[in-house]
Each structure stands twice: as C-alpha cells, then as structure tokens.
Ligand binder design. Structure first.
Ligand code: MRU
Length: 345
C-alpha cells in the first residue's frame, strides 16, 4: 500500500490518523512522547505490530527531550517515558515487547555519551519499523501457499498495512496470495464497535485493487453456511505459549463457526506477538473500552440513555480452533506449546 502508517520524520513521529479514515487521509504529527501515547490510547494508530512500532518511536522521541547528562539520571527519566507508554493499551503484547527492546538497547550502550545514546535509540526505533515490514512480507510469503486460486477469504478487524509498519499480517497473507496471481476475493467483517473492517480493511484492500465485499459481523455465519467462505485469516494481539490467541472481539465466534463448517481458520502474527511468559489464554489481559463506542455510532447515540453496556475489545480463541498460526519463521499447524517453542524460541 502506498500510504505510510507511521514514520519518524525529522524530530517528529508522523502517523496516518486512522480515526479519520476512510473519509479523510490526515496525518497526525507527534512532537513528543505524550502525543504518541495519546495516539495509541485514542487509536489514531492501532493494530498490535503498529502499536509496537509507535511505542519504540515514542521511547526514542522521549529520549531526545531528556536534558540529563549522567547515564543514571537519563535512564531514570527514560523509564518514566516507558512506563507512560506501557500504560496506554493492555492487550497487544507488541507494545511491551517494543519498549523492552528499547530498554535493552539502552543498557547495551550505557558506556556511550548521552548524545550518542539518543541517536542510537532513534535509529533503533526506525529499525523496528523496517524489520516489521520485512517480517510481514515473510508472513505473507509463508501464508500465501495456504490460499488457493479462487478462494473466498474472510477476515475480521484490520490486520493490514495500517495495523503494522506496512503490508500487514492477515492481509499480508492475502497480499502474498494476490501477488502470486491467485484470484482471491475477501469478505471483510465490519467489526463493531470500532468498525476497523468497514473503515480500514475495505479501504486498504480497495486501494490495492484486491476484490473485497463488506459484511456486518452477524452475517459471517450465514455466508459460511452458504458455502461462500473457503478460508478465514485473522491477526492477533497476543498469543499465549500454548497457541491460544487474543484478537479483536468477535474472532472467537468466527473460529467456533469455522470448525462447525470445516473451514480452515488461520492466525497470522509475528513472533513478537507471542507471550512466552503466559501458559494459556486465561493470562491475557482484555482491554475494556469506553461504553460510548457501543452506545454511539459516529457521535450519534443509538442506545437508550443509562442502558448498561459492556465493551471488551478482544476475545481469546483457544488453540483447538486454530488450524495453523502463520509466522515469519514458519507455519505451525494445530498449534500447541511444544510445537511453538520448537519453532520460535
Ligand atoms: O483495537 P485494535 O484495532 O488495535 O485491534 C486490532 C486487532 O485486533 C488486530 O486484528 C490485531 O492487532 C492484529 S494486527 C496485525
């Protein structure tokens, strides 16, 4: 896709404001790390790998503004920046992965001058972006072989270029298959309540001229029953070491329906989305978002005033429903702890 999700430009981090898409292509300029934090929290940038890139750039941006000259004081200030960014969203593990990566780089360069360290951190954040694009292309190449010519592929939320540094994970697989000249057609779930499918996936695929039909979330089962869906490919926000995968709310229902209809259900994600510290999906924190996302549609109230509302942003699909997890290191069929650790650790 020609549009850039996020770049470190001069002294600023510039990102496409995804809350404005598809009606407006506007860029938000983040002049400091707090602006990056707000962009993540308010979902101007979203999607696990993209959140990771933004966090790395936020840490680098924060580092530039620290006036301290001793390493100890610099590190103390940078830890505050990291803690601020870590508090923005809880589920996508890529956020914490990226912050830890930046902290490790700081530790490894403690003998350098503060000026040198600032440059090293900035370069590292740019490397996180560059690597993410390469990783997604590799996920796309590894997953493309699972998609057949003529397939109708269902996806949920947006796991595309906008959700990553570029190219995408689930949409990376679709781009990979499309690049192999396979004729594929995508069904995009609109993905209530935030409408990432309607606003972002449909827009992104149309921009790349990949055929896409938009459906509401509650139509997915009907299309499966009608034999209209050949494969399902989604992304992930955090995958436990046994393969249980958290992704956008509604993913679990798709996976259960897929099993009933014998439709392969694939999860595409980089290794940075795995949380080897947790045994299974029970350990994945699920973000609860503001009730207004449910009660209102585009700023207009659609639900009765004072009705009780829940708004969990993610759900967990147990590994038994996942046909395979597609990573940059390879494809893990019928994922379990042993297979995951063998390939990825
Ligand atoms: O709340 P969001 O929009 O950040 O949720 C995004 C998703 O659930 C994506 O499917 C996931 O992050 C994978 S992105 C490659």
């Amino acid at each position: 896709m020609s549009v850039k999700t996020i770049v470190y430009k001069g002294d600023n981090v510039v990102l496409i404001d995804q809350t404005k898409l598809p009606l407006k292509e506007e860029y938000a300029v983040c002049e400091d790390y707090k602006a990056v934090g707000r962009a993540i929290k308010n979902m101007l940038i979203r999607g696990a790998p993209a959140i990771g890139v933004a966090a790395a750039m936020g840490v680098a941006l924060g580092a530039q503004s620290i006036a301290e000259e001793s390493f100890e004081k610099f590190e103390c200030e940078l830890n505050k920046v990291c803690a601020h960014l870590a508090g923005t969203r809880p589920t996508a593990v890529n956020l914490f992965w990226a912050i830890n990566r930046m902290k490790k780089v700081l530790e490894a360069n403690k003998d350098k001058s503060i000026k040198q360290i600032k440059k090293i951190l900035k370069d590292e954040s740019k490397r996180v972006l560059k690597e993410d694009i390469e990783i997604c292309k590799q996920i796309g190449a590894n997953g493309a072989d699972l998609i057949d010519d003529g397939d109708n592929v269902l996806t949920h939320c947006n796991a595309g270029a906008l959700a990553t540094g570029g190219y995408g994970t689930a949409l990376g697989v679709i781009r990979g298959a499309h690049g192999q000249k396979k004729k594929i057609h995508v069904y995009a779930d609109e993905t209530r309540p935030f409408l990432q499918g309607a606003r972002l996936t449909a827009w992104e695929l149309m921009k790349d001229k990949i055929p896409v039909t938009l459906i509401t979330d509650n139509m997915a089962g009907y299309f499966m029953q009608q034999g209209k869906i050949d494969k399902i490919v989604v992304g992930a926000d955090r995958i436990a070491s046994n393969g249980d995968a958290a992704n956008k709310i509604g993913t679990y229902s798709l996976a259960v329906l897929a099993k009933e209809h014998k439709i392969p259900f694939y999860v595409a994600a980089p290794v940075s989305t795995f949380d080897f510290d947790i045994k299974n999906g029970d350990g994945i924190p699920i973000e609860e978002r503001h009730e207004k996302e449910v009660s209102h549609v585009f700023g207009k109230r659609v639900a009765p005033i004072d009705v009780m509302i829940c708004n969990p942003a993610f759900d967990v699909t147990p590994n038994k429903y996942i046909t395979a997890i597609i990573t940059e290191k390879g494809v893990i069929e019928n994922p379990n702890r042993k297979k995951i650790l063998e390939l990825l650790k």
